[in-house]
Ligand binder design. Structure first.
Ligand SMILES: [Zn+2]
Length: 279
């Protein structure tokens, strides 16, 4: 993060220098002003990835979120020891949070366009009954590097179900998602955040699933609902949002809801990182 801040400061400084050059802050004809003019008019000068990123955030009316920091060399949540951890937040001191979108009801092409522009990391937890009318919608989001994870076949409240029923809900969805999207999910989210010992046993029995993912905050239409009384993001928090559109959001669109969320993340000085790099 420190190296990253240094880079951001350098970019800001370069931006200021460049602006000064264009607005006449440097005497005309000075080497600095000639360089700035050449850089601005040369056909070979292409916008840098940082420029593109800043422009994309401006386009959607969202303050610029820094790119994710480099992933840790060792994942802070250890898995694979035969236990299935339930994870609501990631131990870290960096000002990062993790964005997750659940269920898959709303399939808004404008949201795909927004994510193509912003290139922010997020994780999708999908339910077969809700996505089976259009599996294809999620493929471009996956192609951007965002993973598709397991959220059961039919979204039941699992702790009212037998072990056999839970295995059916989780393991059948594991097979379906693997066939449909070409990659086996590694993470599972229980619907409503409800689970019991049988859920852990079922998750373990499917093969491939290494952790249950819960959350610390959930996104409403305009505001984030915080679990903690200080109503602030904490480093490593996992945020729950949903694929929801006007019929679930009192007429609001998924892109507006997402922009509202990203503004709140930016306003508290956080950025997003990729959950799978930490679990
Ligand atoms: Zn759900």
């Amino acid at each position: 993060m420190r190296a990253h801040r240094g880079k951001t400061a350098l970019l800001l400084l370069l931006g200021l220098l460049f602006t000064a050059g264009c607005s006449g802050g440097t005497p005309a004809g000075s080497p600095a002003s000639r360089d700035a003019t050449t850089a601005a008019t040369s056909p070979a000068a292409k916008p840098s990835p940082a420029d593109d990123r800043a422009a994309a955030f401006r386009k959607w009316g969202i303050p610029l979120l820094p790119p994710p920091p480099a992933p840790p060399a060792v994942k802070p949540i250890r898995t694979g020891d035969g236990k299935i951890p339930a994870v609501s937040d990631i131990p870290t001191t960096q000002k990062i949070v993790f964005l997750t979108f659940d269920d898959g009801a709303e399939k808004d092409p404008k949201f795909v366009a927004m994510m193509r522009d912003l290139k922010i990391p997020f994780t999708m937890f999908l339910t077969d009954d809700i996505i089976k009318n259009d599996y294809g919608f999620f493929r471009p989001l996956q192609a951007l590097g965002n993973s598709i994870q397991n959220h059961t076949l039919s979204h039941p409240d699992l702790h009212t179900k037998s072990l056999a029923q839970q295995k059916h809900e989780i393991c059948t969805q594991q097979t379906k998602l693997t066939q449909e999207y070409g990659t086996a999910p590694g993470l599972f989210r229980p619907p409503y955040g409800n689970y019991n010992d049988a859920t852990r046993a079922a998750v373990k029995s499917c093969g491939g699933l290494r952790a249950m993912i819960l959350w610390r905050e959930s996104m409403q239409i305009k505001k984030v609902q915080f679990q903690r009384p200080d109503k602030k993001f904490h480093p490593g928090d996992i945020i729950l949002a949903h694929f929801r559109g006007p019929s679930q959001l009192k007429g609001e669109t998924m892109t507006v809801m997402t922009a509202n969320l990203l503004r709140q993340i930016a306003s508290q000085g956080f950025t997003l990182a990729r959950l799978e790099d930490y679990v």
